[in-house]
Write a protein that binds this ligand. Structure first.
Ligand code: BGC
Length: 250
């Protein structure tokens, strides 16, 4: 198989998605396969889904890349907010090698979405400090300085009001609390202001499926920093995962 074609998988709190990606173009060359994240989302159940995915996509490559909704350090899963706590402490590469016989490369899902967006999307060629904020089940953050990733920024877990920012301004919070675009946009604006106070990015990119609906809430985003919706939407995490495996040692 052409070595530029690599499988990317994005494990999220709600769905597990994958596709084969042309890493030079940042485009899918297969269908996108999507499963619901199992309710009991521990290692065994998630591995079953990924096994199915490898089969669906006929993936016979020796490696693939995977985004995970956790802090990942040296391949070890260090946190678990929207996924089963039993992942914490697991050496992901080692587990996947043992169970699937394939080398898998792992990083935080938002870092990988940002990687793809910086290469192929709205961050292409942008220097300075760029912060991609993913708005999905949780809130993820991918921080880039002069096109270089600063991993595991994890800003969705900043303390805010009675808990953390993702409980107020994620897309899931919008849906679960049935917030109007104005209510949610106002909350998101406060959260972006808070992130700005800490990091002062030159540009915010908003990722996740809800970035498609930017027109519905852009008028409530009034902070000084420039904010634009990302281009790759829900595909960014998959593309970034494939890029990680391609670039990260294979
Ligand atoms: C996790 C992050 C992740 C984000 C988006 C958060 O709850 O802690 O690591 O990037 O959700 O999935």
């Amino acid at each position: 198989m052409d070595k530029n074609l690599v499988l990317g998988i994005d494990v999220g709190g709600t769905g597990i998605k994958g596709a084969i990606v042309d890493v030079k173009k940042g485009e899918f060359v297969s269908d996108k396969v999507k499963y619901k994240t199992p309710k009991e989302s521990g290692p065994k159940a998630v591995l079953e889904v990924i096994k199915k995915m490898l089969k669906d996509l006929d993936w016979e490559g020796k490696y693939f890349g995977c985004g995970f909704p956790s802090i990942i350090k040296d391949g070890i899963c260090c946190s678990a907010a929207n996924i089963d706590k039993r992942w914490i402490g697991v050496d992901l590469g080692e587990l996947f090698k043992r169970e699937l016989g394939v080398s898998a490369h792992f990083s935080n899902d938002a870092d990988l979405a940002a990687l793809a967006e910086m290469r192929f999307g709205k961050g292409k060629g942008v220097m300075g400090k760029v912060l991609l904020v993913t708005l999905g089940t949780g809130i993820g953050s991918g921080l880039f300085m002069d096109q270089k990733l600063i991993p595991n920024s994890e800003l969705g877990h900043l303390h805010y009001k009675k808990s953390i920012v993702e409980h107020y301004a994620s897309n899931r919070a919008r849906e679960n609390k049935d917030l109007s675009w104005e209510e949610w946009g106002t909350e998101l604006n406060k959260v972006l202001k808070y992130m700005s106070l800490i990091l002062n990015p030159d540009l915010f990119l908003l990722g996740g499926g809800v970035s498609k609906k930017f027109d519905n809430y852009k008028e409530y985003l009034t902070i000084d920093t420039k904010i634009i919706p990302a281009k790759l939407l829900n595909n960014a995490g998959i593309i970034g995962a494939a890029m990680l495996a391609y670039e990260g040692g294979q």
